[in-house]
Write a protein that binds this ligand. Sequence first.
Ligand SMILES: N[C@@H](CCC(=O)N[C@@H](CS)C(=O)NCC(=O)O)C(=O)O
Length: 227
Amino acid sequence: MPDTKLVLVSHHLCPYVQRAAITLAEKGAPFEIRYVDLSAKPDWFLAISPLGKVPLLIVRQNDGVETVLFESAVICEYLEETQPGLRLHPADPLARARHRGWMEFGSSILSDLWGFETAKDEETYEAKRKALADKFARVETELKDAPFFAGAAFSLVDAVFAPIFRYFDVFDTITPTGVFDGLRRVAAWRAELALRQSVRDAVTHDYADRLKVFLVNHDAWLLKRAA
Ligand SMILES: N[C@@H](CCC(=O)N[C@@H](CS)C(=O)NCC(=O)O)C(=O)O
């Protein structure tokens, strides 16, 4: 769809936005990026975002008609179906369905991660830390062939997990979380994803600083634990 113009409505820290940005980069699809302050959502954004959330993908067709897509999985699937280049879903329907399940599993990890990074006391922190460790232990048993989730081919599951691992690249500079202890395959997957150009380019250079400010603003136990 060479004449379609794509605008990704974003937030600097959002892992769901990163999924879409990684997918766009893997496809080699040109796109504009527009950042939104989620603490003071502008009217234009509220008018087009049914859930008041990022990411949105604004698709402007060559006849000038604009369609707004919301929900990161929907956006990634749309890009997979419309953009040429690397296929990011397996061709086999059963394998594809399995991948969709693990994308959803990644979303459930993000929900625990939110609780983990915003925990204000040790008890909550530890409960969320354990939930994350348990989920990654489950992921460990799914990983069979390196370097990516499905072996040689980078897929949408990788695009979902790379932004999750990125959080820990910052957390590790603050305090050891132990979430990946003993998970050899997950650790190798994480290291591989961190090297991928599409993953590196999915955030701005000040991502780590912004995440640390977020932790300070949320009075995060993670920081107190390190002190
Ligand atoms: N299920 C959504 C989740 C998106 C989401 O939670 N976005 C957050 C930022 S990471 C957001 O926009 N939050 C604003 C709000 O809830 O008010 C997706 O996959 O796109």
